[in-house]
Structure formats: C-alpha cells, structure tokens
Design a protein around this ligand. Structure first.
Ligand code: SF4
Length: 409
C-alpha cells in the first residue's frame, strides 16, 4: 500500500485529477485508467505536485546520485536492421563497427582509478562473438583491477542473447555471470511491452513477457535490477500504462527492482526518426516531466525514480526533482548510445556540477552506492569549509572533464 501524502488542492485546475488526488491522499493504489487520465491531462503542475507529494513522503528533500562510468564494449548487433529506433548498432562489417578486446575494455575502465567511479554500467549490442566467455573474462578482469567498483551490466535482451548463442538456460547464464562479478542488471531493452509497438519498432527483440521473465529469474537469484520504458515514439498512453502495470506486477512478486527510469526516444540517425519525420526533435519537456511523474505515482512499490540527464538535458532533470524524481544519473564517462541518437548533452558531469544542479532545485544532495545506500552526504548549501573538504574531489573532476574532451574529439 503506498504511503498517504498531503495534497494542496488549491492548485488543481483539471477536475479529472481530483479523484486521483483523493487516492494519492488516501495512499490508495492508482489504476491504469488513472494513469491514462494523468497522461491526457494538460494540468502539468498538478501532476507534478501529486508526484512531488509522494516523493517527499518517501525521500524528503534528499536527491541521490551515483558516480558511474558507462562502458559500451561492442556496437555489433544482430538486430541492427529490425530495431528501427536504434542509432547505435552496426553490422559486423559496417563502417564504425567495433568490439573491444579485453585490453581495450580495461584501458577504458582505467579512468576509474583516477576518478570517483563506484560503478561500471556495461551494455552493448547482441554480438555473435560476445558470448558468455567474453563477458566472464571481462567481469573477472574488471573485478581484479577494480575490486571496489560495482558491475551493473547486461540488459535482459543481452542475457537472453548469450543464453541463445551459448545454448544455456537464462538461469545458468545469470548464475555464471553473477559468479564472475556481475552485481546488478540495468533495465534497458524494455522499450514498450505492447506487441503492436514492438512489431513496429523492435520486431525481433525479446517480447515483454520474456523481458519480465529474465528479470524474475535474476531477482530469484538475488540479482537486483532496474526497469525502464522507452517513450515518445509510436506508443499510446494505454501502451505506456500496460507496460508500467507489468513492471509493478513483477515488483509485487519479487521486490527486486531498485529504480524505474523512463527513457526518452531520440530520433536522430535512425530509421524510425526518418519515418516519423522527427529527425532533430526529441521528446518535449512536458512529456519528459509527465513520464517521470506518472512513474512516481503509479509505481508505488518501486522506491526510486531516476532522471537520466543525458537524455532529457540537465535542465529538465533539475525541474524533475519537483516532479517525483529522487535520483539523478550520476557522473557518466563516455556515454555512446544516446549520443549516436543525437543527444546534445555532455558525456560527463562533474561532481560540482551535479551538486550545483541538485542544490539549485532546493534539494539536498547525497552520493549513493549501487543499492541506493547513502555513502556521502553534502550540505544543502555549500560553505567555504565544505568547498575546502571537496578540493581533492575537484581535482578528480578535472580528469573527468578531460576524459569528456577526449571522447568528444
Ligand atoms: S536497441 Fe539494442 S538490440 Fe536493438 S539494435 Fe540497438 S543495440 Fe541491438
């Protein structure tokens, strides 16, 4: 049962939202129909206020972030022709196709030694030559060289791919990868579960039920994960809500999800963007905020809602902190996937920048680990003493910034 939250009703402009506000105030679970009503409403401020009230009841004024580093070891993907929204994948012989050797992966991971990285976020394409052995070797080597860094790796789609090419069960693949060093799984690959939408944007990809099954198996093995939804392409509001309902149902069953992260579709450099005539236009800020707020309101059993600033811009992420969001994607080094799709944001944010962003929203920043335990709190307002304490970190930030310059060159 969600926690009850106090609602200021004076701000409600759309009468259709009153029954939903009543439910939020009583701590009653929302239905998918309520979710569709929220998506249909133009009363964004009320939707934000409702989500903010729920978020404050759970997390107060605290906003967390993790210092992570993205590694995308291969962009070779057998679904290159059928995931029409993807700008990242290549066929093996296509210009720009790459697959890291172990040495290349370790060289890229090396930045973790001189920065504050506490997590590797590792995802890539469905590469026929990147099977179980490739990842076992990678995870063991990363753990050997960076034992303090958590490995969050491989979407449900990649796990199923490895199981297929190595002719193993999902369960056995997960057991082996877990033993090699995989700590948790990211939530990518979910897109939108509706079979109709999948047939249009990702015809040959794992089905929604199969995605849920991989996560169910992971949770049963003690591997926690995140969950996502890719919005802003051909899906309807009903598709969005049915997707969220499947996530909520699995969470009721396993409790294994750590966070929900809505992902904004980016139309540059992919076939779907051309078909929709939307090249150059990403989602609207209005829709970005609504997806985050509806996620907060509907997914009452998922503790954390994260905004991915790379996709929606740091400014929207900052505003989202008043729309139900309690966690920001951290300092990200060398993100490739969204930048191929036209994201114009930076590839890394320094510690000072993320602290300023959170403080600028009137919130209190805290660094967390990959399980959302707070490991370092920061003052709500920066003092000169605190600036002094942060000096060693600022030096690391310069290196992060340097890494970004290199990647962008
Ligand atoms: S979205 Fe993932 S599975 Fe689909 S083509 Fe891109 S990398 Fe491959």
């Amino acid at each position: 049962m969600p926690a009850a939250a106090h609602i200021d009703r004076t701000c409600i402009l759309d009468a259709a939202l009153v029954p939903i506000a009543d439910k939020v105030e009583r701590g009653e679970r929302l239905t998918t129909t309520d979710g569709v009503t929220l998506f249909q409403s133009g009363d964004l401020n009320t939707i934000g206020a409702l989500a903010d009230a729920v978020n404050r009841a759970k997390h107060g004024n605290r906003v967390t972030f993790a210092a992570n580093q993205h590694i995308n070891p291969t962009n070779i993907c057998i679904l290159r022709k059928t995931c029409v929204f993807c700008s990242y994948a290549k066929l093996p012989k296509e210009d720009g196709a790459y697959r890291y050797t172990l040495e290349q992966t370790l060289a890229e991971a090396k930045t973790a030694n001189s920065t504050m990285t506490r997590e590797f976020h590792i995802v890539g394409g469905l590469d026929m030559k990147a099977g179980l052995d490739y990842y076992v070797e990678m995870f063991r080597a990363l753990k050997r060289e960076h034992p303090q860094v958590h490995i969050k790796a491989l979407t449900a789609v990649e796990i199923a791919h490895i199981a297929r090419i190595d002719k193993m069960s999902i369960r056995d693949v997960l057991i082996t990868l877990h033993a090699a060093g995989l700590d948790t799984m990211p939530g990518g690959g979910a897109e939108v579960f509706s079979p109709g939408v999948r047939a249009t944007i990702a015809d040959k990809k794992l089905s929604g039920e199969e995605y849920i099954d991989v996560h169910r198996t992971a949770h049963s093995l003690g591997i926690r994960s995140n969950c996502t939804m890719l919005y802003g392409h051909v899906e309807t509001f009903e598709d969005r809500m049915n997707h969220l309902a499947m996530l909520r149902e699995l969470q009721d069953e396993t409790g294994g999800y750590l966070a929900y992260i809505p992902l904004a579709y980016h139309p540059d450099n992919n076939e779907l963007g051309l078909t929709l005539g939307r090249t150059g236009l990403a989602t609207s800020g209005f829709d970005d905020l609504k997806n985050l707020a509806v996620g907060r309101l509907f997914l009452d059993n998922i503790e954390h809602i994260k905004s991915h600033w790379i996709m929606v811009t740091p400014s929207i992420s900052q505003v989202s902190l008043s729309f139900g969001v309690n966690d920001l994607e951290g300092t990200v080094v060398r993100e490739k996937i969204y930048h191929e799709a036209g994201a114009h944001t930076a590839q890394a944010m320094t510690l000072d920048a993320i602290l300023d962003l959170i403080r600028g929203a009137g919130k209190v920043p805290a660094e967390r680990d990959s399980f959302y335990n707070v490991i370092r709190s920061f003052p709500a307002v920066i003092t000169s003493e605190a600036r002094g304490e942060l000096a060693p970190r600022s030096a690391s930030d310069e290196e992060l910034s340097e890494a970004h310059q290199t990647a962008a060159a």
